[in-house]
Design a protein around this ligand. Structure first.
Ligand code: ADP
Length: 373
C-alpha cells in the first residue's frame, strides 16, 4: 500500500471541527503538528485548557477524519495544552473587539427575547423548540437562558455539561446544534438564585460579552416571567431585540401576558408576535379539548396591536400535547423527536415566520437606567 499524501492528510484534518468553538481546528491554531511516516500519521492537537471536557470527541473526530484517507493505517493523536500566549492569540482571533457583538450596528443576528406574563405557560419549551428547528434548518442559533428563578433550558435540551472557561472567555455547551448558556450553569445543584436588579443586569451583560457564540443568525433570550428588571436590561443591552410573547388561551393569563408585552411600549422594542401555547388538543375521536379555554393569543395580539400602534401578529397556536411534555422531560424537543406531531408542526410554522421576518430596528432610547435596589 502506498503511503498517504501529506496534503490529503492535512485536507482531512481541516474538516475536524472543534466541538465548542464550531470552527476547524487548523483555523484555530489547534493543529500543532502532523507527521506522516509510511502509513503511520501522528497528529499533535493543542487543547484550549487541560481539563477540556471534549478531548475525547476531538481525538475521535481526528481519527475518523484520517480513517477516510487512503494509505493511513495507524493514527496517533497527541493531545497537548495551549500556552497562555497561544490562548490569548486564540481569544484575540475569536473576539477581536470587546463588548456585546449582537448590539453592534453591523450585527446580522436576529435577537428574540421570549417573554411571558407568568411562569409555566411553556415559554422555555417554545424557545428550545424554535431554536432546535432553526438549527436543524442550518441556521446558527444560540440561547441565553436568563430565566433566573426558573431556568429550565439545559434540562429541556438534555445538557448536563457546563461551559468551558478559556481565560475570560466562556464557551457554551452545544446541544442539537444550539449553543446554550444558562444561569443554571453557574449555580450548584438546584440552588435558588437570589439576584436582584443590578446583579441580574451584570449577569446578562457578562453572558452577552464573555460567552463566545461566534456568528449567530438567531439568538433567543429566555426571559423570566413578568415585566421585571431583565426585560429592561435586555432593552438596554440589546436594543434591536424583538419581543415574542407566549401566553395560554386563558383570559386571565392573557391579561398578564399583555402587560409583559406592553413593556415594549416603554422600552421602544418591537414585538415580533404572540404565541398561544397549550391551545386545544384534538382527541382521537376528533373533538377538540380546550383545557385552558380559547382566544388568549388573539386577545393579546389584538390588544398589543392597539397599545403599540403597530401590527402584532398571532404567530401560532401550539396545542397541548403530551408528546411535547415528554420530549422536554427527555431532553429532546418535540420538533426533533416527533416532527410530524401537531405541536411540532405548529412550532415549525412559527419558526418559519421568525426565520423570514426582518431584523428588529434599533429601539428608541428612553434613557432608562436600572436603579440599584
Ligand atoms: P415556562 O418556561 O413558561 O415556565 P415550561 O416551558 O417550563 O414553561 O413549561 C412548563 C411545563 O409545561 C413543562 O412541564 C412543559 O413540558 C409543559 N408544556 C409546555 N408546553 C406544553 C404543551 N403545548 N403541551 C403539553 N405540555 C406543555
Amino acid at each position: 500500500m502506498t503511503a498517504p499524501d501529506e496534503a490529503a492528510v492535512r485536507a482531512a484534518l481541516s474538516t475536524v471541527i472543534d466541538p465548542e468553538l464550531r470552527r476547524p481546528i487548523d483555523e484555530l491554531g489547534m493543529l500543532a503538528g502532523v507527521a506522516v511516516d509510511g502509513g503511520r500519521v501522528t497528529v499533535r492537537v493543542l487543547l484550549t485548557i487541560a481539563g477540556c471536557p471534549l478531548r475525547g470527541t476531538i481525538d475521535a473526530d481526528v481519527r475518523a477524519a484520517l480513517s477516510r484517507v487512503p494509505g493511513v493505517d495507524d493514527v496517533s493523536v497527541e493531545l497537548e495544552v495551549m500556552t497562555p500566549e497561544q490562548r490569548q492569540a486564540l481569544r484575540d482571533q475569536l473576539r477581536p473587539e470587546r463588548g456585546i457583538p449582537f448590539s453592534r450596528p453591523d450585527s446580522l443576528t436576529k435577537v428574540y427575547a421570549v417573554a411571558s406574563g407568568k411562569g409555566g405557560v411553556g415559554k422555555s419549551s417554545v424557545t428550545v423548540n424554535l431554536a432546535c428547528e432553526l438549527a436543524a434548518r442550518g441556521l446558527r442559533v444560540g440561547i441565553v437562558d436568563a430565566d433566573v428563578h426558573g431556568f429550565s433550558v439545559p434540562g429541556l435540551l438534555g445538557i448536563t455539561q457546563g461551559p468551558t472557561r478559556v481565560d475570560d472567555m466562556i464557551l457554551p455547551p452545544v446541544a442539537h446544534g444550539v449553543k446554550v448558556i444558562s444561569v443554571g450553569m453557574f449555580v450548584s445543584g438546584n440552588q435558588a438564585v437570589a439576584w436582584r436588579g443590578p446583579m441580574l443586569h451584570r449577569a446578562l451583560e457578562q453572558f452577552l460579552t464573555d460567552v463566545y457564540f461566534g456568528d449567530l443568525d438567531v439568538l433567543f433570550l429566555d426571559l423570566p416571567p413578568g415585566t421585571g428588571d431583565v426585560a429592561i436590561s435586555v432593552s438596554q443591552l440589546l436594543p434591536t431585540a424583538q419581543l415574542v410573547v407566549v401566553t395560554t388561551p386563558q383570559a386571565a393569563a392573557a391579561d398578564v401576558a399583555e402587560r409583559a408585552g406592553s413593556v415594549s411600549a416603554q422600552t421602544g422594542q418591537r414585538v415580533a408576535g404572540v404565541i398561544e401555547n397549550m391551545s386545544g388538543m384534538t382527541l382521537p375521536d376528533g373533538t377538540v379539548l380546550e383545557v385552558f379555554g380559547s382566544g388568549g393569543g388573539e386577545r393579546v395580539a389584538g390588544r398589543l396591536t392597539e397599545a403599540l400602534g403597530a401590527p402584532v401578529p398571532l404567530l401560532g397556536r401550539i396545542p397541548l400535547d403530551v408528546a411535547l411534555r415528554e420530549g422536554g422531560d427527555a431532553g429532546l424537543p418535540i420538533v426533533l423527536r416527533e416532527p410530524s406531531s401537531p405541536s411540532a408542526v405548529a412550532l415549525k410554522d412559527v419558526a418559519s415566520q421568525l426565520a423570514s421576518s426582518p431584523r428588529g430596528l434599533a429601539g428608541r432610547s428612553l434613557g432608562l437606567h436600572v436603579q440599584p435596589n
